[in-house]
Design a protein around this ligand. Structure first.
Ligand code: RIB
Length: 308
């Protein structure tokens, strides 16, 4: 196991999930079922995903001084995430995601709450690494702080990974500090203007990001699997078939596992497969953080698939 540390700057949410047969029409109240309250937030989910695989992971983020926030900190601590960089704020509530699950897929409405109040001094204090270490961010905390975190991480020699979700157009300057950009098809369309349906489309979108300064691009394409591109090569991974219970957090499991592969210097072909397997496994359980696989789960799943 490598000694690399991972610093995650990101959101911490309480996910309130309810299943329904369809979405309600305007003005309609309808019955749903299967309500669950679980821990989420792309930052927290990805931190738990990396930590559960055995990598030293530090989360920098914010919660409110409420029962959701206190619960989030104690659960992430239990998952092995270093939580000193999580601040508790008296003025704002913990971020909340209302998730409606219809047809094995989800729709999310987010109130960022405390995720909005991250500060530069918090990033300065807790993002401290070197050339073996990694910095990961998503777009659920203010972009100016994502840009700042990337800048100081690159100055310290770290490798940086960005999952631009939820996607919004960003200034070109931010890309110069991104080594790995990991995104889905919709995010690719928003940021590169191309909705990738196949490998060729991914390569075209990746070329746009390379011009802006990104070193490698990974696009997740749901049932089409995932594609990695750098300026030398393209690698594809087929999706794994599982019985889907809840897709929430599957993308976060993929990203956390990609990062684990990077910290362990696992070759990219294997890393992409492991990440796809983690994404598939995360779909077999309800909730985001609770469904992040341990290394033993991942290895057992891979072994079973390889023996098939
Ligand atoms: O990626 C899934 C996550 O998005 C959920 O856990 C929810 O909190 C939103 O941040």
């Amino acid at each position: 196991m490598s000694k690399s540390k991972v610093f995650v700057l990101g959101s911490i949410n309480t996910d309130l999930m309810i299943s329904a047969d369809r979405l309600p029409h305007q003005g309609e109240t309808m019955n749903g079922h299967g309500f669950v309250q679980t821990l989420g937030g792309k930052g927290g989910n990805q931190a738990v995903a990396v930590s559960r695989l055995g990598t030293s992971t530090h989360l920098i983020g914010n919660v409110g001084n409420d029962s959701f926030g206190n619960h989030a900190i104690s659960e992430m601590n239990r998952y092995g995430v270093h939580v000193a960089g999580i601040h508790v704020n008296d003025e704002v509530p913990t971020g909340t995601a209302v998730i409606i699950r219809v047809d094995n897929d989800n729709r999310i409405i987010l109130d960022a709450g405390a995720n909005e109040v991250v500060t530069s001094s918090q990033i300065d204090k807790y993002v401290k690494g070197g050339t073996d270490d990694y910095f990961l961010a998503q777009f659920e905390v203010p972009l100016e702080h994502v840009a700042y975190g990337l800048e100081i991480s690159k100055k310290q020699g770290m490798t940086t990974i960005v999952n631009p979700a939820p996607a919004v157009a960003v200034a070109d300057a931010i890309y110069q500090n991104i080594d790995y950009l990991v995104l889905n098809q919709t995010e690719t369309e928003i940021l590169a203007g191309i909705f990738p349906n196949n490998v060729r489309d991914v390569e075209q979108a990746a070329a746009i990001f390379f011009e802006k300064g990104v070193h490698a691009v990974v696009v997740t394409m749901g049932s089409e699997g995932s594609v990695y591109c750098d300026q030398q090569k393209t690698v594809e991974a087929a999706p794994f078939k599982v019985e889907v219970v809840d897709t929430t957090g599957a993308g976060d499991a993929f990203i956390g596992t990609m990062l684990y592969g990077l910290t362990q210097n696992i070759e990219i072909e294997r890393t992409l497969k492991l990440a796809s397997a983690a994404g598939a496994l995360a779909c077999t359980k309800v909730g985001a953080q609770a469904s992040m696989p341990r290394l033993s789960d991942l290895e057992a799943f891979m072994k079973a698939q390889e023996e098939e």
